[in-house]
Write a protein that binds this ligand. Structure first.
Ligand SMILES: [Zn+2]
Length: 575
């Protein structure tokens, strides 16, 4: 503890400075952004907005997938195999015929493992990658079954429950149960492609306008055609890893006496077999929730992807400039995420982060590449989408990164110091939410900051002719009373005048008990200046630094960012 008040003017004044060590606050980082999802291809909420505005699904698709055609002249597959529960393995699964119907367990050779099951059966993995069928009463019906086992019900859909017994969804077609190992299995729904699979896509609300549903049905059908994997044990996941598929639950959706699902089924039927093509081939019909006003080039959103003429970022706004996806019900048009510094660093796997530098923008402009700079100057390059997923951000379109203020982002040179002083209550932002780091600091403002930073209680008096009734009067009085600050020979203090860099050094020198420090510096432009000695003292302790041209510019004013850094250094010095 070297900080101690120096009493200059009067021996009667008792130090009011409380020299408690400062504990540096744990920072929170604030990220603000637009949109939800990767930003490539069709914006689902935008498609709804466009349909609301009277666009047809062909116009909508032509906007999001430029240069493409919607065609019925492509033969879609007859069946598809969809892995349920995303990529999760289950410790067991329960199966039941819908409406208490009977169902069968069949081996791949076509013989029955069990015929005519009723009620809720469990399929349980066993040693050696085998499967056991357990009856509703808990007794084993069949064990030592080699996988996969096929569950079929000729007349009704099959309901699936997770390992905890919670209902998942209900499916047409059959279910293949694949053992993974002694304690895990997964399920694959073999189902007709059209209409069963497309009918089961739970991507958008069925209440949306028909042209939005048509656009979704055609895009999703195209996506499935493009990304099916015949060489694997399943073609697609039932989750966002592919696209969300909820079986017959989708077309059975009913609320308030309306079968909303029937609208989705109609959208699928009305667009039967239609896919989007480019140069005659089905496209990679990516889509996502909400773009925030602009979509992104595929190769900028996913840096390993090849550019595609039909996956170019485009403005998604109407003629009055409003984004089509900015509408009631879309809670992710814009977003805010607050992350503690600890979480931030652990999720990114980098400690001592000092700065984030965006090294490549997309066209929207999403973040394509980012550099994470550590306090020691070393840095890690990261893809924007990796950064997004590690921090669970809704998109890579981040317009405010890191701080409390839009004009002091994490990569701002004085970010750490400003955030710290704001957390301590030494300085605050403006009522419009900004910080205005370039604004010049007045003598009154500096007096207040110093009092708050150093814990100097307000009080005392002064004899200045221009301070009475000024908002900073009590702070100025406190500093005067403690001998830290003085006025001008004409008896004024000039609280509204800018404070110069020399004056800052002079005040700090009086507020702190400093010995000459180890930083060597010589500034040509302070020779003969009244504050030469205090500037050298403060600079030798690293609290102020010179300008890039080697001068100090003692009479120059200081802005809020510069003053924040100086005040911050005095606090750090005191530790
Ligand atoms: Zn949009």
């Amino acid at each position: 503890m070297r900080r101690r008040l120096v009493i200059i003017l009067t021996a009667l004044v008792i130090s009011l400075v409380i020299s408690t060590p400062h504990v540096f606050a744990a920072y929170q980082y604030t990220f603000k952004g637009y949109g939800y999802g990767h930003g490539i291809g069709m914006c689902q909420w935008g498609a709804k907005g466009r349909a609301d505005a009277g666009q047809t699904y062909r116009q909508i698709l032509a906007h999001y997938f430029q240069g493409t055609t919607v065609t019925s002249n492509y033969s879609v597959p007859s069946t598809v195999r969809v892995r349920l529960f995303g990529s999760s393995n289950l410790s067991k699964a329960y199966i039941e015929g819908e409406g208490s119907s009977t169902f069968d367990f069949v081996k791949t050779d076509g013989t029955y493992a069990f015929k005519g099951a009723t009620g809720k059966w469990a399929v349980v993995p066993a040693t050696g990658g085998l499967l056991t069928l357990v009856k509703p009463d808990g007794t084993v019906a069949v064990d030592q079954l080699a996988g996969p086992i096929i569950v079929t019900d000729a007349s009704n859909p099959i309901e699936v429950y997770n390992a905890g017994g919670s209902r998942y969804h209900s499916y047409k077609g059959s279910l293949y149960v694949y053992p993974v190992d002694a304690s895990h299995l997964y399920l694959v729904n073999y189902v007709g492609f059209e209409p069963e699979y497309v009918n089961g896509l739970g991507e958008v609300p069925s209440s949306w306008p028909y042209d939005a549903l048509y656009a979704q049905a055609v895009a999703a059908r195209t996506y499935a055609v493009k990304f099916m994997k015949p060489q694997n044990t399943f073609d697609l996941y039932d989750s966002v890893q592919s696209q969300v598929y909820i079986g017959v639950d989708k077309i059975n959706e009913t609320s308030g006496g309306t079968n909303w699902g029937a609208r989705w089924a109609k959208a699928v039927a009305d667009t039967k077999g239609q896919v989007i093509t480019y140069s005659g081939a089905p496209i990679a019909a990516y889509y996502f929730s909400s773009c925030g006003g602009h979509t992104e080039n595929v190769e900028l959103a996913w840096p390993n992807a090849s550019p595609q003429p039909y996956l170019k970022g485009a403005e998604d706004r109407n003629s009055s400039g409003k984004a089509y996806c900015q509408q009631t019900g879309n809670t992710s048009f814009s977003w805010t995420k607050v992350i503690s510094k600890t979480d931030f660093e652990s999720k990114l796997g980098v400690s001592g982060i000092a700065n984030l530098v965006i090294t490549k923008y997309g066209v929207s402009p999403r973040i394509s590449q980012i550099k994470i700079v550590k306090a020691d100057g070393s840095s890690t390059a990261m893809r924007g989408d990796t950064f997004r997923s590690k921090l669970s951000l809704k998109s890579t379109w981040i317009y405010q990164m890191g701080g409390t203020f839009p004009d002091v982002s994490l990569n701002y040179w004085a970010f750490t110091q400003i955030e710290d002083l704001v957390k301590r209550g030494v300085i605050a932002g403006y009522s419009d939410g900004t910080f205005k780091p370039d604004e010049i600091v007045t003598r009154g403002q500096f007096a207040k900051m110093l009092c708050l930073a150093q814990g100097i209680p307000t009080g005392g008096s002064n004899t200045f002719t221009d301070v009475k009734g000024h908002w900073a009067e009590s702070y100025i009085s406190a500093l005067v009373t403690n001998g830290i600050i003085g006025g001008y020979p004409d008896g004024t203090f000039r609280p509204e005048a800018r404070i110069s860099r020399a004056e800052i050094c002079s005040v700090i020198a009086r507020a702190m008990d400093l010995s000459p420090g180890s930083n060597k510096s010589s500034f040509p432009d302070i020779e003969g200046h009244w504050a030469k000695n205090v500037i050298q003292l403060i600079a030798s302790n690293g609290i102020v630094t010179g300008c890039t041209d080697g001068n100090f510019k003692p009479n120059a004013s200081a802005n809020r960012a510069e003053v924040s850094v100086i005040i911050y250094r005095t606090l750090a010095f005191a530790q």
